[in-house]
Design a protein around this ligand. Structure first.
Ligand code: BJW
Length: 251
């Protein structure tokens, strides 16, 4: 049962943002980054997730991403992704701002998405800029461009790299005007993305955290729902449908 105050927030909110992280895809079988079973309990991010690491050992880094691309393609969106597809019709304005590169929001059918850290299904050549996008793209064993021989890199944001300007501006604008932001399955430690819930908090919007654990954001969240993303997002969507039908709490 969702807290009464949260139900009131849901009923009144017209502009909403879902800010998602790796935890929303955990139930699809994609490993998160941090924590005991996270990717980086076994691998050091500074050795793989930055541009210098890529230039030092392109084959190793490319093989790591090829493996992760394979894992994401084998996985399916879960009920948490599906709930966010439904949410799009339950607010006047709704956007998913995701840190995930796994493409699962798109595959679930969500339309309005800002991908802050890129997408593992997009790749480009460092030499000539040629793009190699989409699920039909197969890595060649040398990870080099058939047109110019340059290195092909994934179009994702590594540490020390700028976020894509257009996506970041969309995300910031949505946070500035959101009545409510659902912060789902993120440890909220990577910047500048982790600033977004603080922006919502500062302008008077409500922050609803959904996570199996506490995070640094818990102290500013108006509501902390402790548990699986799918459980709470499905419950919130059901509640929204009910509230929109009866017009409860709306002035
Ligand atoms: C569940 C669940 C279930 C599990 N249900 N919940 C200001 C202060 C300090 C540092 C910086 C700063 N500004 C910039 C920095 C540096 C750096 C940074 O933030 N470092 C910190 C880590 C200290 N940021 C950058 O470098 C960024 N660029 C930048 O700032 O550019 C400007 C600039 C340029 C040049 C010089 C200086 C500045 C870029 C950041 C790019 C991050 N990229 C990564 C890797 C992508 C590639 C790859 O995938 O390999 O993106 S990092 C990694 O972390 C990935 C994720 O998107 C991101 C966030 O992780 P996320 O999603 O939160 O996952 P987890 O695993 O951490 O958490 C999962 C959560 O789910 C947990 O809380 C679980 O409990 C929960 N959960 N199952 C609900 N079923």
């Amino acid at each position: 049962m969702l807290p009464e105050g949260l139900q009131r927030t849901l009923a009144r909110a017209r502009k909403a943002v879902a800010f998602t992280g790796a935890g929303i895809s955990a139930e699809s079988g994609i490993p998160t980054f941090r924590g005991d079973d996270g990717l980086w309990s076994k691998l050091r991010p500074e050795e793989l997730a930055n541009f210098d690491a890529f230039l030092r050992n392109p084959q190793l880094v490319s093989e790591w991403y090829a493996h992760r691309r394979h894992v994401t393609r084998e996985s399916r969106p879960n009920p948490a992704h599906d709930a966010l597809v439904e949410m799009e019709d339950l607010f006047d304005k709704f956007i998913i701002v995701t840190q995930n590169i796994d493409n699962l929001h798109r595959r679930a059918g969500s339309k309005n998405i800002a991908e802050l850290h890129g997408n593992i299904e997009r790749n480009y050549c460092l030499g000539c800029g040629a793009r190699y996008d989409g699920e039909e793209f197969e890595d060649n064993p040398t990870f080099t461009c058939p047109k110019c021989g340059g290195l092909i890199r994934p179009d994702i944001v590594w540490f020390g790299e700028m976020l894509p300007t257009e996506e970041w501006e969309k995300a910031e604008a949505a946070a500035e005007e959101a009545d409510v932001m659902f912060v789902v399955g993120t440890s909220a430690v990577v910047y500048p993305a982790a600033e977004l819930p603080m922006t919502v908090n500062r302008q008077g919007g409500k922050v609803v955290e959904i996570n199996i654990e506490e995070t640094p954001l818990t102290r500013i969240a108006d509501y902390s729902l402790r548990g699986q993303a799918s459980v709470f997002l499905v419950e919130i969507v059901e509640k929204l449908k009910e509230l929109r039908k009866v017009g409860k709490y709306t002035e």
